[in-house]
Design a protein around this ligand. Sequence first.
Ligand code: ADP
Ligand code: ZN
Length: 736
Amino acid sequence: MTGQVQPDQQEFFDPGTLVGVLTTQPLDRILDYKAPEGGCWRGAFVEVPLGPRKVLGVVWGAGQGGYDASKIRSILRVLDVAPMRDELKQFLQRSADYTLTPLTAMLRLATRAPGLSDPPSMQKIYRLGQGEPDRSTAARTRVLDTLRDYGGLAFTLKELAEMAGVSSSVVKGLVKQNVVLEEDRPRDLPFARLDPDHAGKTLTEAQGEAAAKLRAGVAAQTYGTTLLRGVTGSGKTEVYLEAVAECLAQGRQALVLLPEIALTAEFLTRVEERFGAKPAEWHSGVTMTERRRIWKMVGQGGAQMVIGARSALFLPYQNLGLIVVDEEHDTSYKQEEGVLYNARDMAVLRAHLCGAQVVLASATPSLETWVNAEAGKYEKIDLVSRYGPSVMPDMRAIDMRQEKLPSNRWISDKLKHEVLARVEKGEQSLLFINRRGYAPVTICRACGHQIACDVCDARMVEHRFLKRLMCHQCGETKPVPTECPNCAAEDRLAPVGPGVERLAEEATALFPDARVVTLSSDMFGSARALKAQIAEIAEGGADIIIGTQLVAKGHNFPLLTLVGVIDADLGLQGSDLRAAERTFQLMRQVAGRAGRSERKGVAFMQSYQPEHPVIRAILAGDEEGFWRAEADARRLAGVPPYGRMAGIVISAPDPQQPFDMGSEMARRNAPLRQIGAQVFGPAPAPIARIRGRHRVRLLVKAEKGAPLQNALAKWLQQFRPGNQLRISVDIDPQSF
Ligand code: ADP
Ligand code: ZN
């Protein structure tokens, strides 16, 4: 068994022994193979023949046997990576059971590292050198921009050329001038060592106490979950970095999950300052070469810390001691396509299985987490005040019923005066609207027709910046027509309602002497451009910031003292039971942007219903009261976290088929009745058509302790969706 990494306490299979291999192919079965020459460990990553192909798999355990032994094929090759630990196997199995997904689909999540099976070798890599090219061309600029966008990362020639959209000769040309450096490097280098004692900050007393508690948890090397709650700017990040320090000092690996790629750059810098080196970074923007390296290094202990998106949970850690879920309430932790899982919940499960600590950090925790903390299932640490002189802003409402604004105006006179006063004092204002694009609706003034997506149940949103209409469901775009697609009237199409771009237009007209900057995800071609803009704002390069949800998170603008929420009622419409929670969280996050330095901030919320209980709770800053009321409402309704729920979405190109299937499923519900669960629907799904598929939804509701997954599995077995029909199960759906 030359060169195979030896795991601790895992079984070894001698050559020729029958082993069961789970492959990444969608066959929901473990297949028998013979252990290869040299044998293999349980958990080994292997290449096996499947029909005419070679596929990736994991040695799951002993074989089943019972076949003609001469027909059983041999494992072709054991890959040069650490075998999967039993604990990750259990994690995959448990998450497959929980989400009702095939185990093979979970394994695919855990093996998303292309090139994994390539043998290690030297390779040429390319990275940024010094200086400027003798002659600058568009293609050359793209190469350099790509390298700068990814900081210190190195690329293979093919990757770099593809990402920059140039031919490889452009890169080679830059190499000749030393503007790009070409180096020989073994694939898969370990990461630089992080030093837990590199540069610790002096913590305040409250921070110090919080850090000590977290450190003690990590030092105990057992499972435990802590909610770390504190307003934005209270130093949660500083505090949980101390838990990371403890984890590194223990020689265990740490994982920090962040909800947005846009936040990683700032965070990487902070980690580097604290520990003297950069951690591994894992998300969709990371290159293929780098992914493969991370995957291997995490498996061999050559990466002490990973920061990343939710899929980083599935990396093959050898010795995971801590998982931090930052902004734990963020809805992007729920994966909404493919395997539907919530990374926050899966983090807790993973930590359970490997005896690690979890820190859930948030200024506005999810109701689920708040309830778990109240019930004593999680520890709770509160950081009540902001670090330094800054305090939470005053919250005030502007009653829009009194303002009598003309149509096509969204900034009230009251807010206008407040902004002007700030501009005069050299302070910044943020005007927030949670809507991308120019206008949410485009309507024909002649016939009343509203332009909709061809394949979704959604209106097209005009984006002036992109000069196109866009469907926010499927991303499809089309040019803005000059005539109505319905009645052919010319030049009668008009935008209705505000989006962030339109708000910027209004602000520019209203404040001609101010510097107005818009921050919306559509407007930046690259992460670097966005980062540059944010840095410029932080240094005072703008008077008024017009922003979407993008600005609600993380960024620090010291000169910002005023926040104006243009449409505070926006999230409160509709029947979604989580709407109140979301609005409450979002408003507090946005308001938290104001007054992060010495100057006190104020946040104004424009509302047509300032007496709404949610708006009132936000104004009063009465968090406990709000959560208690929310929790009571959910308890009464018997919905999560007080009851269990699953959403079953049935979709097909045909509008009738899903409905018929849904009705049949609702009728034949014996397995669900047996556990006392109820079925509601079929009803049109929250989005009734996406990409040409009609969707209906059934909701299944059960009591908290009921064996819901078991019953669902039995129930679903009865139905064989036809070729065009798809049934997907969403445990703990986001909207209900
Ligand atoms: P949160 O994660 O709660 O939003 P941060 O950890 O980002 O808070 O802290 C907010 C700001 O205050 C950051 O710029 C951080 O560096 C600074 N800060 C917090 N605590 C300290 C401290 N003890 N010493 C120095 N700077 C601190
Ligand atoms: Zn669409």
